[in-house]
Design a binder for this molecule. Sequence first.
Ligand code: ZN
Length: 484
Amino acid sequence: MSKASQYANDFVSFLNSSPTPYHAVETVKSLLTKNGFKELSERVNWAGKILKGDKYYVTRNGSSIIAFTVGQNWKAGNGISIIGSHTDSPTLRIKPVSKKNTEGFIQVAVETYGGGIWHSWFDSDLSLAGRIIVKRDNKFIPKLININKPILKIPTLAIHLDRDVNQKFEFNKESQLLPIAGLTNASPKPNGGCCDNENSKLSTDEYQSLNSVIQRHNEQLVETIAKEANVTVDQIEDFELILYDNKEATIGGLNDEFIFSGRLDNLTSCFLSTEALIQSSKDLSTENGIRLISLFDHEEIGSSSAQGADSNFLPNILDRITGLSGSTSDADSQIQSRILESSAKSFFLSSDVAHGIHPNYVNKYESNHKPKLGEGPVIKINANQRYVTNSAGIVLLKELAKSAKVPLQLFVVANNSPCGSTIGPILSSKTGIRTLDLGNGVLSMHSIRETSSVQDIEHGINLFKSFFDNFTTVEPQIVIDGDY
Ligand SMILES: [Zn+2]
């Protein structure tokens, strides 16, 4: 098997085990643990915990993760090579009260998350996954679940009842993007059903701050969740569950050149950066920098949350690492100065998918910037700083690509087209670290099923590995501010 197919197969498994941001972080954690990375917690002091030549990761809310390796020759003030991406994708999430029965159908109320192509969710076989909070021995603990069978469907209306549907498919996101989950007459009758569960019944004078999950959601749905989690219904305190396409990610095309899957935006970058960090962590004996990946939740809704890219998660971790690695005799002011020195020598690759050229909509693209699937990572440029790439960053990336023999492509949107954005502008303005936006080309970004290229997975890993392996050698050659 070629290297490209091997990587693509690994990526397909990564996608299939990551239906939600919580699962994505869990998948990344297990890959890191298998390769010797150790877990740190933000809840404790890190003094004495970070050693040169070692590797670590830390999570926040179980849906964002930062992992890093410390070079054997690291000293405070040295540069940090960072790749950032996001763990979330547009989806539908179960509402706090979701119980609904209409015309004999059990329905489950959902809330839209992010800017999805919602029409692509119609007629797909949908499943549920996410995190539940379970009560066990006076403690509340998180548990990940994945139902992994098609239990939900958002059906379209027959064409006979809407003859214009092929000209215009319009729908109401509140009332018509509403999944069915079963038929009420197929539900087991009370007795044996969960509704007889003692814990779901409370006398009217018993205190309850909120209705229990069994009162807010369809009881069979809650039973299915409890069964999957291997707990009893009354142990479930609350949950965050999202819908996903129950069709597995796969490799396709006449020559196995495509990847068809949901969540390519942006599990692609999560996979590439994790894989590159692991590969480049095998030998840290001559390295004098820190290599770091940061995978954030909530990019699709603007990144403003405690675990989003607009939080203090990355700045705090950078401060902790740089501060701790200074000499113990350093005064606080010296440590602070080293932190600033380090950030001026660091670089952030903001990795998110790019718009590959679509053969049926060529006129939607700027005529000289039509990135092709399979022809390498795409550098994203925007004069209005929706992407924060500049020429010095391009020179750095070209140098890194040259040593790994990775082809690169350029993308800019047409002036009459709207432009997306990434965590790049947020983190570069927050930290002052030089940043470049790039990513692998995909088709149908934000659809329930996107398309990308097998070959680009190998290109992406090779480029990111070169970034980690060669950054500290190449970076001093590109000086914009100061003596040169
Ligand atoms: Zn994205």
